[in-house]
Design a protein around this ligand. Structure first.
Ligand code: NAP
Length: 341
């Protein structure tokens, strides 16, 4: 490959006065970090963490200029790893990708071989990124329910932040597995979509704030999937049935947790934390195997839309404003972006 090879990608620049700007521009392949595997990225996806990275959140990305994108799926062009060959279709998500390592919002990534997994044969590259970190995280929540014996017969389960990427896929998978799913959302105008996915009842986000001053609330949920944190998560934990399980993976509302110990010592509530970026490789492969089989989100197309690299900035603004519904696939290798080849 010529040394001066160029590709297109997003660069986030830190400007004076604490401002950040985003451009899609030509980048040098040589400027990518060292790594075992060079991947030509076909698709990425937009996750909340990308929106934070793309807007200068130093808790996610410390160093700028930077290319975000915690998800990438594509084709290997160069590899020094014995089990990964040029031409292989692969997925790379999490670890440091898109945080401080140049990420999937560029047409190339170069990464260590132990970040890369072969694409499951029954999924297309596009489907892996429609699922992306959001769907992977939803599947991990389902596994946590299985491992902690939260069965559909135990009672209803709640999904918070229900119209977000991880929320909608969680709703879909739980319905598929036979749970009675309730959704908590700030966008009750999306009730038709949630009902279409099989959600039994849609609750306004304000329900999640009721009784915040109480130590315990009426026991309602056998399980809960939470992407928002804060007072909503605290109240969800206070509303769990005896032995109920809450999976916590997000802080779209707040990173605080104003809580007391009674849900734990009087109801035996379990909270399972999920962090997909550092999910160990063996489990990662297990989760993808399940996503490619019984946990394939059957109505994925209904909750996904696509953007090109050139349009991803607008979607980032919508996401930060809490206005985005569902998943955004990022078409990184679309025709417009490929003119540099
Ligand atoms: N730990 C992990 O491994 C992991 C993996 C994936 C995601 N996450 C985290 O999970 C969260 C969701 O990620 P995502 O990619 O699904 O993001 P997303 O698509 O933007 O969804 C977030 C949803 O949260 C709700 N929300 C937004 N602002 C809120 C507020 N101020 N108060 C209450 N609810 C609010 C909205 O849903 P409604 O309007 O329906 O309420 C929104 O659609 C983020 O915090 C993300 O960082 C963590």
């Amino acid at each position: 490959m010529p040394d001066n090879k160029k590709y297109l990608g997003m660069t986030v620049y830190e400007e004076s006065g604490g401002n950040f700007s985003r451009v899609i521009e030509e980048k040098d392949l040589n400027a990518l970090p060292e790594g075992d595997v060079l991947i030509r990225v076909q698709y990425s996806s937009l996750n909340y963490k990308d929106a934070l990275s793309a807007s200068g959140n130093k808790g996610v990305s410390r160093y700028y200029p930077h290319t975000p994108g915690i998800d990438a799926a594509g084709i290997i062009e160069e590899s020094t790893a014995p089990d990964l060959a040029p031409g292989d279709e692969v997925i790379c998500m999490g670890y440091d990708l898109g945080m401080n390592t140049s990420g999937g919002f560029g047409q190339y990534i170069r990464v260590p071989d132990n970040w890369v997994i072969p694409k499951p044969s029954s999924l297309t590259l596009k489907e892996t990124m429609q699922i992306g970190t959001a769907g992977f995280t939803a599947a991990q929540c389902l596994l946590a329910f299985e491992e902690n014996n939260v069965l559909p017969s135990n009672g209803p389960v709640l999904v918070t932040g229900a119209t977000g990427g991880a929320g909608l896929i969680s709703c879909m998978l739980l319905v598929q597995l036979g749970y009675e799913v309730h959704a908590l959302t700030g966008k009750t105008d999306q009730s038709p979509l949630l009902k279409e996915l099989g959600v039994s009842k849609v609750h306004d986000r304000s329900l999640g704030m009721e009784g915040s001053d109480k130590l315990l609330l009426k026991a309602r949920w056998a399980g809960a999937v939470d992407s928002v944190g804060g007072q909503v998560l605290a109240n969800v934990i206070k509303s769990m049935q005896y032995d109920g399980v809450v999976t916590s993976f997000g802080n779209a509302m707040s990173a605080d947790l104003p809580l007391n110990v009674y849900p734990f010592i009087l109801r035996g509530v379990h909270v399972v934390g999920i962090y997909s970026a550092e999910c160990p490789m063996e489990r990662r492969k297990t989760v993808w195997k399940r996503l490619a089989s019984d946990l394939y989100p059957k109505k994925l197309e209904q909750i996904c839309s696509s953007v090109t690299l050139e349009k991803v900035s607008e979607a980032i603004e919508q996401m930060l404003a809490g206005k985005l519904v569902g998943r955004k696939l990022v078409e990184v290798d679309n025709e417009l972006s490929a003119h540099l080849d």
